[in-house]
Every structure is written in C-alpha cells, then in structure tokens.
Ligand binder design. Structure first.
Ligand code: BES
Ligand code: ZN
Ligand code: ZN
Length: 500
C-alpha cells in the first residue's frame, strides 16, 4: 500500500472519499462533489439508510460530471468524538470498502470538520495509518490466486491543506506499521518455516536499523545453567536460541539503564509429552507471539530512532514430544538456582521465561522488565479476545500501561497477584512446580514468573494468548496475526521513557 499526502484536487481518477457527519451533514468537499455530480450524492443519501454514523459507508458508482469512478461517502459520526483511534478505524474502513472495488487508487478529502478535537494533520495521518494497517496480507504461499480475487487498491492519496504537518505526523506511524507488519509476518509463518534458528535469521533486518544482536546457542545456555529453557527444548530436533536485541537511542547524558522486553518464543507448542489434543493444534504455530511482538517493537523503535535504551530478549524453543523430551515429574534447575518440578510439559512458556527473565536482568540490569507471552488458555476464559491480561508488581508501571492501552486500542486488564496464589505452586520435592491446578491458571503462571524477578525491578507480564490471533477482521487488521502489543509498547516508550 502506497500512501501519499497531497493538497486537495478534484480531477483524479479512481475513487474519492468524502466525509458525512452524524445526521447526514456533508463536508465541504462532499458538497462540492455533490454539485459537480448534479446532486447525485444527496440523492444517494436520501435513498438509503446511510446517515453518517461512524464507520458507515455508501458507495456511489460511476457518478456523472466528475473524473472519479466512484465516490465513497464515509460516516464519521459526531465530530467531537473523532480522535486518533476513530480516525484509524475510518482509514481501515476505506481500505475494507475499496480494496476489491476494482480501482487501484483512491483519494480521501480530509476536510476541516467543525468540532473535531484533533488537528487536521493528525486526522489525516491517522486515516493513512489505519488504512495501511488494514491493508496487511499474508499471501506468499498462495500460488494460484487470480488477480481478480486479490485486492486492487494499491495507493491512497490523503488530501488536505496542511500536507507538511500530516507528513510529519505520519513519519513515526510508518515506523510502527513496519514493526506491526514485521510481527504479523513472524506470527503468520508456519512452524516448518519459523523455528528458533530461522527466527534468528529473520532478525538480521534489524541489524540494518542499528540494533545490536547477540545470540546464545545451547552450549552457552548450558554453561549459564538454563536448565528450564533447555528442558523444554530437549525433545526437539530444532535447537533453541536465546536472543538479545539492543537499541541504544538515549542521549548520552540521560539514564543508561535500559527498559527490557522479554518474549515467549515457542515456535511450536505440541504440549510435549503432556500432548495437546489434535483439534486446533495448528494454532500453536503462533505460540511465539510474544517474541514476535518484542521483535516488532524493536523494529519500530529503531526505525523511528526512539530516544531510549531498550533491549529485547527472545526465548526461542520448540516444544515437542520425543524419546529425548522431558517427562512429567522431571525436576529442572534454572539459571537463578531455583528448581522446578515439571508436572505438565505443556506449561512450558513459564519454564522458558524463567531463564530468559533471569538472564535479561543479570546481563542488562534493566530498570523495568515487561514480558509478553501467549502463556495460558485460562486468560481466554477470563478475558476473551478483547483485553490482554496484565500482572505487575508496580502500580505506576501498571497505570502507564493501561493508559498506553487505551490510547492505542490495545487494551489491557489488570489481574491480581498475591501470596495466596503463590502457594498453589508449592512442590513437595522442588522449590516450585510448574502448574498450580485449574483454578486461577493465569495468575499462578504469573506467580511463577514473579519468582524470577529481582528486588527493585519494575515488572509487568502481559498474557496475550487471547489477542495475538484473531478469527475475524477488525477495523485495522484482517483476520490472522494481529501484532497486538507493538503499538502499545511503542506508545509506552514514547510517552514515558523518551520524554524523561
Ligand atoms: N501456549 C499455551 C497457551 C495458549 C493456549 C496460547 C491457547 C494460546 C491459545 C501454553 O503453553 C499452555 O499450553 N498452557 C496450558 C497451561 C496448563 C497446562 C497449566 C494451558 O493454558 O492449558
Ligand atoms: Zn503449552
Ligand atoms: Zn505454549
């Protein structure tokens, strides 16, 4: 998708998009086009249910009197409710309606609408952003698709007077789009293509952006005593990797301790010897979603040259059953020295993160650690598909994350932690067991992670099992990998760590 910004002109081919507010009031550009088309738009409005409610669309085909082949009336709802998120959804709606219209290009006339609280430049940039995000496709393995069945729309001209302002606002958003697409690509790939070593190979593009990458292989991890991560990996023919990506963008005079993002990167989760049922197991190709998001947010920050020091850690393993696989009942020793009794080999994410989190803190001394993991099915029972679960030892960090979630539409819901839950993972023979029973499954998982967080480190754990993959289209994402977390964390960094 090519997005450009230009001053308004009315002689383009393709489609024109114009705004209508709640109650059917046409924008200035809509009125102009209405005149040029001898009242076609007004008649279309009067002959349908369309009334300008947010997200409503009405396409006028082959209008007379203008060069445009189609005019899309786009409802923007009540002007005072139009913010950046609404603008992004509107951009997504434009793509949804026009992508298979048969037209290659479209121009949206971003008029100044009285009552809209964001600047015209911001409105325009966010329409472009939403349209771009919605245009994602993962079609590399479709070899027989006819061109008539694939999207025709490949360029969007966003028209407004303040072209410069809109371009300036769009620059960082383009970086975020690239980061989100990087994540969606990783998450969408099947597990015969993305496994730990090939995942690492994909990260080379980050080096070009100035990200430093360190990779630990099995030998090094053994030396460091990462028995929990290695225990998960030992059943697979695909060797594990632990990755550190470093972005150092903070001015030299500022704080040097980094913020750290840690991702669960189980490139396929069969469950191991505690094997999962066959139905739906293919979904477990995206059990590396946390690692995908961490990679994407590093991509976004490096690409927009964020003024922050950040590290991204990925625990990359494949969880397979085999004669070499770990067994239920095995006891593993983590790098921290704590031992874990592995009751269920399908509760592997926490084992991987135990060592990844510990190494991250020892190696980089971060002030803040945020981990992301498709950790539990239980979080889907709790929150469904519309909030990720958040657990934190720090109210300030938790609040900042909640704010970033609301601002980006990647919403979080804070869940509790506490001693009573921690008791559920006591083991008879080791320091802990890796499952705490059926009750409060997401919380007991988080309790285990917290045992690997050092004193004084602000920590949040995001359980993204319900939001990493979507079975339905949303305003700004086609069904499939969502990239949930990239926008959220990029926003957190922008608002909390770059300005200080
Ligand atoms: N990767 C799964 C969690 C998951 C489930 C992610 C559904 C996405 C969608 C995780 O490794 C797992 O299997 N967790 C178990 C834990 C249980 C054995 C304590 C679960 O949630 O059932
Ligand atoms: Zn599992
Ligand atoms: Zn898993």
């Amino acid at each position: 998708m090519r997005v450009t910004f230009a001053r308004p002109i009315l002689n383009r081919l393709g489609a024109y998009v114009v705004f209508v507010t709640d109650g059917g009031k046409m924008s200035e550009s809509a009125n102009q086009l209405n005149k040029a088309t001898k009242g076609s738009l007004k008649r279309a409005l009067e002959s349908s249910r369309f009334n300008g409610a947010e997200g409503q669309t009405l396409v006028v085909l082959g209008p007379e009197g203008v060069s445009a082949k189609q005019i899309l009336l786009l409802g923007i709802g009540e002007p005072d409710k139009v913010g950046t998120l609404v603008a992004q959804s509107l951009g997504g709606a434009i793509y949804r309606v026009l992508s298979d219209s048969g037209l290659k290009s479209s121009s949206v006339l971003v008029d100044n609408i009285p009552g809209v609280k964001i600047s015209n430049a911001e409105f325009a940039a966010n329409i472009a952003y939403g349209c771009h995000l919605r245009s994602y496709r993962f079609d590399k393995y479709k070899t027989q698709e006819k061109s008539k069945d694939s999207p025709s729309l490949n360029s969007l001209a966003v028209m407004l007077k303040d072209v410069k302002g809109a371009r300036r606002k769009f620059v960082p958003l383009q970086s975020v789009v690239d980061g989100v697409f990087f994540t969606r690509d990783l998450v969408s790939e099947p597990a015969n293509v993305i496994y730990p070593i090939s995942f690492v190979a994909r990260l080379r593009s980050l080096t070009k952006l100035g990200v430093k990458i360190q990779v630990l292989d099995e030998k090094k991890m053994k030396k460091l005593g990462m028995g929990a991560l290695l225990g998960v990996a030992q059943g697979s023919a695909n060797a594990p990797r632990l990755v550190a990506m470093q972005w150092s963008g903070a001015p030299k005079s500022k704080e040097t301790r980094p913020i750290a993002f840690v991702g669960k990167g189980v490139t396929f989760d069969t469950g191991g010897i505690s094997i999962k049922p066959a139905g739906g197991m293919e979904d477990m190709k995206w059990d590396m979603g946390g690692a995908g998001v961490v990679s994407g947010v590093m991509h976004a920050m490096a690409s927009r040259k964020a003024k922050v020091n950040a590290v991204g850690i990925l625990g990359l393993v494949e969880n397979m059953p085999s004669s070499k696989a770990q067994r239920p009942g095995d006891v593993v020793k983590t790098m921290s020295g704590q031992t874990i009794e592995v009751i269920n080999t399908d509760a592997e994410g926490r084992l991987v993160l135990a060592d990844a989190l510990w190494w991250c803190q020892k190696r980089f001394n971060p002030h803040t650690v945020i981990d992301l993991a498709t950790l539990t099915g239980a979080i889907i029972v709790s929150l469904g598909y519309h909030h990720a679960g958040m657990f934190s030892n720090n109210d300030k960090l938790a609040d900042q994350l909640l704010v970033a979630g609301k601002a980006t539409g990647e919403k979080l819901w804070r869940m509790p932690l506490g001693k009573a839950y921690d008791k559920q993972v006591r083991s008879q023979i080791a320091d802990m067991k890796n499952v705490g029973g059926r009750d409060a499954g997401s919380i007991t998982a988080a309790q285990i992670l917290q045992r690997f967080i050092q004193e004084g480190v602000a920590w949040a754990h995001l359980d993204i099992a319900g939001v990493t993959w979507s079975k339905t289209d949303s305003a700004t994402a086609p069904k499939g990998g969502t990239g949930f977390g990239v926008r959220l964390l990029d926003r957190l960094v922008t608002d909390q760590y770059e300005s200080r």
